[in-house]
Design a protein around this ligand. Structure first.
Ligand code: PGU
Length: 401
């Protein structure tokens, strides 16, 4: 027999969300009468809005006709890349700098193929677990020491530093994963903070992988939705984004990644060329039905539908925040992001997770699953049907002493 890839063996236990699902199943088996409400995984729940949905149906039907049939779409429909460029980047990019994908997670998982196993990795602590697990899979993470991986620099983003890392802690020439609006804290970096991040990366010859999956949730025009709104980012950043959270495409699957021609390796070679090569090798283009949906989501009617979708989940977040306030639990987030980050000082995250499951039949996400600084925190996701969110809030309010 051949041996197991040591990088896979180096992954800690299960991926966070399947682990939560396992605990939920065990609880339901023991308590079949329980009516569980999930405020755990950030998965959209509301039906697609009509205009976007109709475009999917139309494209699926067209595929059954000689004129409407289409096959592989490689880096993505040019029309979709051009429209993304207009809507998100004010026309700053050529269409071959925007790569259409099957979602942000998939691109995050592939991006490290560009940098190999020796690049220093920096993550916000806490962070979306795929940044760390992706680094482990490529062999760039070092070994697990009980709290984190020795080869990864975890930069704390906590209440003490306004959820923005101390940039002086970041080693030179590193790959910096940065997510804003942030999962899991629900906080958002200011334009000034992002400017200092870009200046830092340019000076230190680092590259930022900017995860903008929640950018459509930003509700303040003084905040920027893309790292490329910051001068100089085109020389030090890659941006991933997705239709999952604003359009409800978590199951439809559609995202994109921007790799500017101006972004170079130390050798001076363009990273864009390699990304095209990687995508051409391990990916064969996003579903053409999903891409038709993406085009519809970006026209005038679709943009309104996406805003309504985000407003709905932000409405849920406001209800959860009120309930947490009422029972005296401190939380942040939920204003420009569909997550609330609640603090339980001195407590173990998994213990608090179990307590909510047992006392309220509510599934949450334990903060420590996002990194060592997430200990004593719980993430509440605001994705859910309104009646479920209201019921969850009633159950939470009953915890008031
Ligand atoms: N980036 C961030 C920051 C995310 O939170 C998520 C989903 C993604 C990317 C994935 O985007 P796709 O375009 O749909 O691939 N985070 C959810 C879902 C859990 C998961 O495993 O992705 C969450 O609960 O954190």
């Amino acid at each position: 027999m051949i041996s197991r890839n040591p990088c896979i063996a180096n992954l800690q236990a299960g991926y966070l969300f399947p682990e939560i699902a396992k605990r939920r199943r065990a609880f339901v088996t023991a308590h079949p009468e329980s009516r569980i409400i999930s405020l755990g995984v950030g998965d959209t729940t509301e039906p697609l809005f009509p205009h976007i949905c109709e475009s999917l149906v139309k494209k699926a039907r067209a595929l059954g006709t000689a004129d409407g049939y289409s096959g592989y779409s490689d880096e993505g429909l040019v029309a979709l890349r051009e429209r993304l460029n207009e809507v998100y980047y004010h026309g700053a990019f050529a269409s071959d700098e925007i790569f259409i994908s099957d979602g942000a997670k998939c691109d995050i998982g592939r991006l490290q193929l560009l940098f190999g196993s020796t690049v220093p990795i920096v993550v916000q602590d806490p962070a979306y677990p795929v940044y760390v697990d992706g680094s482990v899979l490529i062999g760039a993470a070092g070994t697990w020491n009980g709290y984190g991986y020795t080869g990864i620099k975890y930069v704390p983003c906590t209440a003490e530093n306004g959820y923005f890392p101390d940039l002086t802690q970041i080693p030179k020439q590193s790959l910096i994963y940065f997510c804003s609006p942030n999962n899991p804290t629900g906080t958002v970096a200011t334009t000034l903070q992002l400017t200092t991040l870009v200046e830092h990366a340019l000076k230190a010859n680092s590259i930022i992988i900017f995860d903008a999956a929640y950018s459509e949730y930003i509700r303040d025009s003084a905040l920027v939705k893309s790292i490329f709104a910051i001068e100089g980012a085109e020389k030090c950043a890659i941006e991933v984004n997705s239709f999952s959270k604003p359009a409800g495409f978590t199951g439809v699957r559609l995202g994109w990644t921007v790799v500017p021609h101006t972004l170079k390796y130390e050798s001076g070679e363009e990273i864009n060329t390699d990304w095209a090569r990687v995508m051409g090798t391990v990916f064969n283009g996003a579903s053409n039905i999903a891409q038709a949906g993406g085009l519809a989501a970006l026209d005038a009617e679709g943009l309104v539908e996406m805003q309504r979708m985000c407003d709905f989940y932000l409405g849920n977040a406001a209800l959860i925040r009120q309930a947490l306030d009422y029972i005296g639990i401190n939380s942040v987030g939920g204003i420009h992001a569909p997550y609330l980050w609640a603090h339980f000082p001195g407590r173990d995250s998994w213990e608090v997770f179990d307590e909510f499951l047992e006392s309220c039949h509510i599934v949450t996400t334990p903060g420590v699953g996002f990194g060592p600084s997430g200990q004593s925190f719980i993430r509440f996701s605001a994705f859910g049907h309104r009646d479920n969110i209201e019921e969850a809030c009633i159950r939470l309010c009953k915890l008031k002493r």
